[in-house]
Structures are given as C-alpha cells and as structure tokens.
Design a binder for this molecule. Structure first.
Ligand code: SF4
Ligand code: SF4
Length: 431
C-alpha cells in the first residue's frame, strides 16, 4: 500500500464523492466505446477494469503493481465511458484525482513523470510570450527547407521525438499568429448589424499561436453574427494538460486566472473554439467566483444565439468528427454542429461511422503513447476514408493535428467547423 499522506484532492479522499463509481454494475455497456478495450479486449484496459483496480487500491485491499498502474494509465481520458454508463461514472475526474495521488506517492506518469514534461507545464505553457518565441524559431526552421531531412535525422537519433515531429503542423506566418489582445486592440472587434452580445475569445496556449487562423475565423464569424468580441490579455493556458497529469493545484490556479481575466472585461459569455480547453474551463476544480461569465464552445454558442444564414456556397463534401471533450465532457452533440454546417449552401454533409469514437489524440497522449494512439487513429482514418469526404471538420486542435497526421497524403483537408462557416460568410450573412 502506498503510504503517501492524502490531501483533499486525492483519489482516496475523494473516493466517497464517487458513489456512482461504487455502483458500477459491470453491465459492459462501456466496453465497445472504450478505445483501449476495443484494441486489446482485456478487462484491465476497460473502464470497469480500471475502476476495479482504482477502487481496490483506494479501499486498501491491494498494492498496484507497475503493470496494473500502466493499464490504468493507458486511459486516454476520452470519457466515452461516461456518456454510456447507466451508473453515471466520472472517469475523467477519477483519473485526474488518481494521478494527483500517484504524483504525491512518488509514482508520477505522463507529463508529470519527466523533467521535460514538468518544464513544459511550468515554464512554457502558461507564458504566451515564450510560446510565441518558440513558435518563431519553429517557423524559421520550417521555412528553411531543412525540415524533411532534419526531421528524419532527429527521429533516428532521438526516437522519442518522432511522434512530436510527425504531429507538428506548419505554423502560420507571424502576422497571422499574433492575434491582437485588449492591450493592442482595446476596443476589440465590432459586431456587424444589430448587436446581440459582447463576448470574450479564449486563445489557449499553443493554440494561440499555431491555430491563430482558427481564432481569426472565429472572430469574423462572431462579428458576422452580431457579437462584439474582445480578447483579454490576462488570459492564460486552460490547465487541461496539468489536469491530465494529475497536477490539480496548478490547473486550478490557471483556471482561476482565466476566470478572473474574463470577469474583468464584462462580457455575456466566454467563447472557446478548442474542445479540450472548453471542458477544462467549464469544469473548474474549485468554486466559481460570482460574476464569472458562462463559458461556451463556439458552435454551441452560435447554435444558442440563432446563427445568421451564410450567403456563399461551398462545394465541399464534409464529414464531421466529434472531439471527445466536446461530446462526452461538454455534452455538445454532433447535431448541434451539423445543424450549423447544414446552413451553408452547397455544403454536403456526409455521415461518419463511429464519429463518437476517439481519434487517439487525448491531450498529449499521442506523444506519450504513440503506439496506442496510432492504433486508435487507424480506425478513425478508415472510417473517414469510407465517407468519400474531401474535408473533415473537428473542433479541437489536438484532434485536428492527430487526424491530419492520419490523413497525410490523402488530400483530405482537416478544418475547424468555424473555418467552414467563415468561408461561407465571405460575402456576409443573408439576414
Ligand atoms: S457502463 Fe458503467 S456500470 Fe456498466 S460496466 Fe461500464 S462503468 Fe460499469
Ligand atoms: S476515458 Fe476513454 S479510454 Fe479511459 S476508460 Fe473511459 S472510454 Fe476507456
């Protein structure tokens, strides 16, 4: 038995908060939805197997061997099991507090386990200027013409780097990357036509630089729909990767900084275009201060607002893939996004088999466990190719990177749904 002192965030201390976990009725409904169980068929790779292991340990019935810990740790935190479980298990929350306790017990995993991982979480992700600087270096490297041969050499010399190199997208040019904040654009962006709302846009950490075109598209779509948009300068990383790594105190500090930054600008809502970040901000770890505006995914927000009809026709055959943290964590179903996309003239929406299945991204899971992640991705790529789509829409940067990697050489483009709406608003809305 691990002898670490427990604190109020630990799995053991919080175990009493998971009564529905104790009610796992072993029905097995979660098994076909769990990517790791689908791959191996092993009980220990299933949600109920993981619950059994964590529960036995929390009740101090047995020690966890390295191999049992590894089985628990193979969880992608996709939370697909939560959507189907009749007992209402909360696997995401359980996994976070379990990892928190393992960190305290000196048995860290994932990003918590390495010096490089902790450096990334502590010294890079919360600092936008550092990410910007690193992105400048990356951009210079990508434009130097050395990328192909150097990537191949690095992958051979340091195989641990290969997954990151394979996933890294082409970063946009610098003038697009720097989305203006309230420091550089104090009045933000003005609504077109009748004003319906004033919203704040969340940028994220790496996504602030690498996915700046999605942020710019989001701003244009929001203003086309009658929203004033501001980008608070004091916002920071959402803390999702800290949560995945069981660093709950660090995650809570980041979420609090964000909520305070958004409360200070007086908006009707905070709009997020990255499903993982949205889930982290919508499920804060502590009490939410009064005056905090609601946090909404951009598609859910537009749906609720009553989106204006775009005018321009798009000749695209589109398959929509639900990010797990939009579907299972935020409970924004595919119908919400598909209803928006159906309003685009000319756009053909194609049904995607198993669109509710994980793509293997899982935060940085695809960097930490590329073998499992690649297997999970293979099934997703097959399903996408079956549709005959020329475009895949998905609303999370991690999923976009993962699916792009799987579709390389196919000519199928991966975009955010809001980029399609933006393209369709190029001639303005009809209303
Ligand atoms: S669906 Fe829920 S109750 Fe059924 S086996 Fe899975 S975790 Fe247990
Ligand atoms: S969160 Fe995903 S990977 Fe983890 S147990 Fe549930 S379904 Fe399986």
């Amino acid at each position: 038995m691990t002898s670490a002192r427990v604190d109020d965030r630990s799995f053991v201390a919080r175990f009493g908060e998971y009564p529905r976990t104790l009610d796992c009725v072993h029905c097995g409904l979660c098994l076909p939805k769990c990517p790791t169980h689908v791959l191996t068929g092993r009980e220990a790779d299933s949600p109920r197997g993981r619950i059994h292991l964590m529960r036995g340990w929390a009740e101090r019935r047995y020690e966890l061997s390295e191999s049992a810990l590894d089985r628990i740790d193979r969880c992608l935190a996709c939370r697909a099991c939560e959507s189907v479980c009749p007992s209402g298990i909360r696997m995401g929350e359980m996994a976070e507090s379990f990892r928190h306790e393992m960190n305290r017990a000196g048995r860290p995993s994932g990003l918590s386990a390495s010096r490089a991982g902790r450096f990334l979480l502590d010294r890079v992700l919360p600092y936008r200027e550092r990410i910007a600087l690193l992105t400048d270096l990356l951009a210079a490297y990508q434009r130097s013409g050395l990328r192909g041969p150097v990537d191949r050499l690095l992958s051979r010399l340091a195989p641990g780097l290969a997954p990151a190199l394979a996933l890294t997208p082409d970063v946009p040019s610098r003038h697009i990357r720097r989305v203006e904040t309230e420091r550089t654009r104090p009045d933000g962006w003005r609504a077109e036509g009748e004003r319906c709302a004033r919203v704040a846009l969340f940028l994220g950490c790496i996504a602030a630089e690498w996915y700046a075109p999605v942020h710019r598209a989001t701003i244009r779509v929001l203003t086309a729909n009658g929203c004033d948009v501001v980008v608070p300068d004091a916002q920071t990383c959402c803390g999702a990767l800290d949560r995945h790594a069981g660093r709950l105190d660090e995650a809570e500090r980041l979420v609090r900084r964000n909520l305070a930054a958004f409360a200070a600008v007086g908006v009707d809502a905070v709009v997020v275009n990255a499903a993982g970040c949205g889930a982290s901000l919508r499920e804060p770890l502590g009490t939410v201060p009064s005056g905090t505006p609601p946090v909404l995914d951009v598609c859910a927000f537009l749906h609720e607002l009553g989106m204006r009809d775009p005018r321009r026709s798009l000749a695209r055959r589109v398959a929509y893939d639900s990010p797990c943290h939009l579907l299972h964590a935020q409970r924004v179903g595919k119908s919400v996004v598909e209803e928006l996309l159906r309003r685009v003239p000319g756009l053909e929406l194609l049904p995607l088999r198993d669109e509710d299945h994980c793509c293997g991204a899982g935060g940085v899971y695809n960097l930490l466990r590329p073998d499992v992640a690649d297997e999970v991705l293979r099934a997703k790529v097959e399903a996408i190719r079956e549709t005959g789509a020329d475009t895949v829409a998905t609303g999370n940067p991690g999923c976009a990177m993962q699916i792009t990697k799987g579709l390389r050489e196919t000519g199928i483009e991966v975009v955010h749904p809001v980029e399609l709406l933006d393209e369709a608003y190029a001639n303005g809305p009809t209303g």
